[in-house]
Design a protein around this ligand. Structure first.
Ligand SMILES: Nc1ncnc2c1ncn2[C@@H]1O[C@H](COP(=O)(O)OP(=O)(O)OP(=O)(O)O)[C@@H](O)[C@H]1O
Ligand SMILES: [Mg+2]
Length: 279
């Protein structure tokens, strides 16, 4: 697919618990503070991106994932979220949804919580996912960066929302198992035609990240960087506070900033930043 670089959709993926949400939030906030228009999409069936983005607590608490909004899905597609065997519209109206259901968070980031519908262990080609897919397409025309915090594993790759991304960021922990799982995601993504697949090794201790980054490279993942295990991240989690706003959060902020810069370079986003800053 031809990519004109006016915007980029970046999906953050990986096995459960590797740090997808922490990193997706950090990237969204970094890019937001650099002047990009950023929309963060929470695509996890158990969404929790709002707290890392420091959205307004009352607004965050009131969020229902879009794919669970039965009335809205019925109104827009003509069928309930999981279809119920009914014919439904695959191109429902979505242009009012970001304004109605998006919430404003720190660093200028806007958050939309889509969630994800799974039936029988897999994704469904159903009204809820048709609405989600249509919304992602629509958002592509309205923002600079779409940062998608995906659910763990590979199922989302079959759902159409991931297929159209310009870049996939696969997160792995510094274990052979985790890196190989990242490689599996990369292989499937590659088969779907996703060409820009980048990797980050997260929670590295004792500076032992390089061999895992090299292993990622042999599995078709272009290495982007390493993030050390940072007790401040864990501590913030225990306190239920976003690490990026806490004293002690400087370290992880700086590391994510480097990953963001590497992404800017690899995706050629520099021009956009300069234009926006200069305007
Ligand atoms: N660099 C890091 N240093 C220390 N702890 C980290 C780091 N990155 C993430 N964590 C911790 O790892 C745990 C999982 O992080 P996070 O929720 O971001 O992962 P996830 O991949 O989104 O998980 P899930 O698959 O459940 O959505 C959290 O407790 C978080 O605080
Ligand atoms: Mg998560």
């Amino acid at each position: 697919m031809v990519w004109d670089k006016r915007m980029a959709k970046i999906a953050v993926t990986g096995k459960g618990g590797v740090g997808k949400t922490t990193i997706a939030a950090g990237l969204a906030r970094t890019f937001g503070s650099r002047g990009y228009r950023v929309i963060a999409l929470d695509m996890d069936p158990s969404p929790n991106l709002a707290s890392s983005l420091s959205c307004k607590p009352a607004e965050a608490a009131a969020i229902t994932p879009l794919v669970e909004m039965e009335d809205l899905i019925l109104e827009r597609t003509g069928a309930p979220p999981e279809g119920g065997g009914m014919v439904f519209k695959i191109n429902p109206k979505v242009d009012d949804i970001p304004g109605r259901f998006g919430i404003s968070c720190r660093d200028g980031v806007r958050l939309l919580v889509l969630g994800s519908i799974r039936t029988g262990g897999g994704g469904c080609f159903c009204p809820a996912n048709a609405l989600a897919r249509r919304l992602v397409d629509h958002l592509s025309g309205t923002t600079d960066l779409l940062i998608m915090d995906m659910e763990a594993g590979v199922e989302h790759l079959g759902r159409g929302t991931t297929r159209t991304v310009e870049a996939l960021l696969v997160i792995a922990e510094p274990t052979v198992k985790s890196v190989d799982a990242a490689g599996q995601i990369a292989r499937l993504a590659h088969d779907l035609g996703i060409t820009r697949i980048f990797g980050v090794v997260n929670k590295v201790t004792d500076g032992k990240g390089e061999p895992f980054l090299s292993r990622l490279a042999t599995l078709g993942v272009s290495p982007l960087g390493i993030i050390s295990f940072d007790p401040a991240v864990q501590q913030a989690d225990e306190e239920g506070a976003p690490v990026y706003d806490l004293p002690g959060g400087e370290g992880i902020r700086a590391r994510i900033g480097e990953i963001a810069t590497a992404l800017e370079e690899r995706l050629g986003l520099f021009g956009k930043k300069e234009v926006r800053r200069g305007s």
